[in-house]
Write a protein that binds this ligand. Sequence first.
Ligand SMILES: [Zn+2]
Length: 153
Amino acid sequence: MNSVNDPLATMDPALLQRLGIDDAKLTAAAQLMEQIRAASNEPSVEETEVERSASDTTAALRAEVKRLRRENQLLVYQADTLADALGACHCFGTDPQCPDCQGDGGPGSFIPGRRNFRNFVIPVLEALRDLRNARAARKAATSEETTASDQAD
Ligand SMILES: [Zn+2]
């Protein structure tokens, strides 16, 4: 037992003698109190494992919350960007309780944002135009072959 934790070390031996306190009994009592204190402060193996498990769970949950917040921010940003590109309310007109459109803000309800329209809608329109032109060209080629074979007969 070191002198900092030894209650006898802080007591005046003369005072102890005047009070009639037996030094040996007091030392034994102090040692017992120190053992009880140490035992009560020392976590059991089970408590340590439970605390570690709880700590791991808390850390995992914090990491998951952080990941979900980032994902949510990205999704909200993408949804807002797409709604702007389509000239729709942020709720896409699907929420009758929406404070901004009361459910009437579907695509085409507003003037689309120029940059988002150019980035997200124009490429789709161009792809559809190219697909339509390719089909028309195939149909024309098929029609010419049919006409040519009809004339050959
Ligand atoms: Zn809305």
